[in-house]
Write a protein that binds this ligand. Sequence first.
Ligand code: S3P
Length: 170
Amino acid sequence: MPKPIFLIGYMGSGKTTLAKKLASKLELPFIDTDDEIVKEVGMSITEYFQLHGEEKFRALEREHLQKIAQQKAIVSTGGGSPCFFDNMQWMNENGVSVYLQMSPKALFDRLSQSKLHKRPILIGKTEEELFNFISEKLVEREPFYKQAHLIIDQINTPVEDLVLLLKNHL
Ligand code: S3P
């Protein structure tokens, strides 16, 4: 049965960039669950959070994840998705999950240089608050992320190595 490869990990860990590269090298479709949600609701994730709240967003995120079952594709998931409902277990049962592990410091460096307004749960934080928030959230989220089939060091793992690794899991 065809199965998706789910890239999971914190915001800023490079899921989308890596998913695009893997999709091209493995000649598979690329899916970004956040993009799918944006297409459906006709507004940005930030606007959706502001209008409808996180609970509604998580329900929508769950629906979109489940739509991907049985598709052979590389999927970039939202950073929070493995930590709600039984999404992590569901991904493990319906595909191959890959956690892009990164330290709080590396995530902070990447996120503080990115467009924070695109990420509703990070909006309005000072640098110190941002670092503390990332560190605390990672402690909370890693028990989910670490259930992934594969855990990779995103910074030091060449894409070619990952391609070989994934070919064995497809
Ligand atoms: C979130 C991560 C975002 C997006 C939403 C919530 C999170 O996705 O789903 O803003 O809770 O970590 P990315 O990880 O692709 O930025």
